[in-house]
Design a protein around this ligand. Structure first.
Ligand code: PLP
Length: 390
């Protein structure tokens, strides 16, 4: 399938229901204009400080460091976790490439963890087994474990945190897609995805639940890690000394203009999460009897359903399903090819079986914009039904 380039809103004007578009209004317009008028357009300014402070509060973390992208956040998170050349990092297999690429930037080796059918995220049993096997055999531990919470769905990370703590391995959460997702029972009750590991990473790319037009955030409860993250994202420049850089740093700062947009969006996060959950509830009810696999619903794991995604009944049915929806003016999209099947990672080791492959072979995301209208929802559900029920 070819990827077409669309101006924002162009699909809707053409009568096509887009997969997911940012929800931007007067609040966002005013915030960006204010920042522009203030003269703080670049990488320092009050909106950045405010974004970091409100974000830390929103997810219940002590420190938050704004970055230029989610990928940059993960890159820096891996460095401050201690990952370097030749190290291994256990990483979710079923995810977007932005999770795994930073491991390669560092010359480290990913070891991909297959998914758990219950959550579609990394199977904690595989991580525990691997850490215990290494301990038994006296082998080196991975330098970090990176767990992704895909599609707004919290991973079953509690058992991973326990095992990693036993073996002294830091856990990085890639929460790029799961801002607003929480646990409501069990050991992590009341906690937010991205704020339970050693370091958490978020993205504010245009397709995420809240956007800054492009941006990311690192969160941690460790003051030293937070300080090092800030240092690395700001060219490792030593304050108050004439251009002294005490290590190789990065220009990974977020601009004040972007942070202004991020602040406006963050103030609406509850509205966005409520809207996503309402859409999911609707689709769940409408598609329940078709034999498709609905997205995970795990007791105590409160997904935001960032992109509502189903598994088609059969493999080989996915592309016909997406084409059928396109013919009905509905933009749907296949889920990710797992990382182990990507050319740059074809030599990487894998833990587990083929759950991630099945998610790729059968997975399709349906329109999930937070401002999706009731009439549009009905059209999507009707088109899905005609594919299966004729
Ligand atoms: C979007 C995304 C990223 C990368 O974030 P960017 O801001 O686009 O760099 C990383 N991981 C996952 C799971 C994502 O969805």
């Amino acid at each position: 399938m070819t990827e077409e380039l669309h101006a924002p809103g162009a699909l809707a004007r053409a009568g096509v229901i887009p997969l997911s578009e940012p929800n931007l209004g007067q609040l966002e317009y005013a915030a960006v204009l204010d920042a522009l008028r203030s003269g703080f357009v670049s990488s320092v300014g009050p909106a950045v400080d405010e974004f970091e402070a409100s974000f830390a509060t929103a997810v219940g973390a002590e420190h938050a460091i704004a970055c230029s992208s989610g990928t940059a956040a993960i890159h820096v998170a891996l460095i401050i976790a201690g990952v370097s050349r030749g190290d291994e990092v256990l990483c979710s297999d079923f995810t977007f490439a932005g999770s795994a690429n930073p491991i390669a930037y560092l010359g480290a080796e990913p070891v991909f963890i297959d998914s758990d059918e219950r959550t579609w995220n990394a199977d904690p049993g595989l991580v525990i087994e691997e850490l215990e096997r290494r301990a038994r055999e006296g082998r080196r531990m991975p330098a970090a474990v990176e767990i992704v919470h895909v599609l707004g769905q919290p991973a079953d990370i509690g058992p991973v945190l326990d095992a990693a703590a036993r073996f002294g391995v830091p856990v990085i959460e890639d929460a790029a897609e799961s801002l607003g997702a929480t646990w409501s029972s069990g050991g992590l009750a009341g906690r937010h995805t991205g704020a339970v590991g050693t370091i958490g990473c978020f993205s504010f790319n245009g397709n995420k639940i809240a956007t800054s037009g492009g941006g990311g955030m690192i969160v941690t409860n460790d003051a030293d890690l937070a300080k090092r993250a800030k240092h690395l994202t700001t060219q490792a420049k030593v304050p108050a000394v004439g251009y002294l850089h005490d290590e190789v740093g990065y220009n990974y700062r977020l601009t004040n203009l972007a942070a202004a947009l991020g602040n406006a969006q963050l103030s609406r996060i509850d509205e966005f999460v409520t809207a996503k959950r309402r859409i999911a509830q609707f689709y769940d009810e409408m598609l329940d009897d078709l034999g498709v696999t609905l997205p995970p619903r795990v007791d105590g794991f409160d997904s935001t359903y960032w992109l509502y995604s189903v598994l088609t009944r059969d493999t080989n049915e996915r592309d016909a399903f997406v084409t059928h929806l396109a013919r009905h003016g509905i933009q749907a999209r296949a889920l990710w090819r797992p990382m182990h099947a990507q050319p740059p990672f074809s030599a990487a080791r894998r833990l587990g079986g083929t759950v991630a492959d099945t998610l790729f072979e059968r997975g399709v995301s349906l329109p999930s914009s937070t401002h999706l209208g009731d009439g549009e929802r009905d059209r999507v559900a009707a088109a899905v039904r005609t594919f299966y029920a004729g």
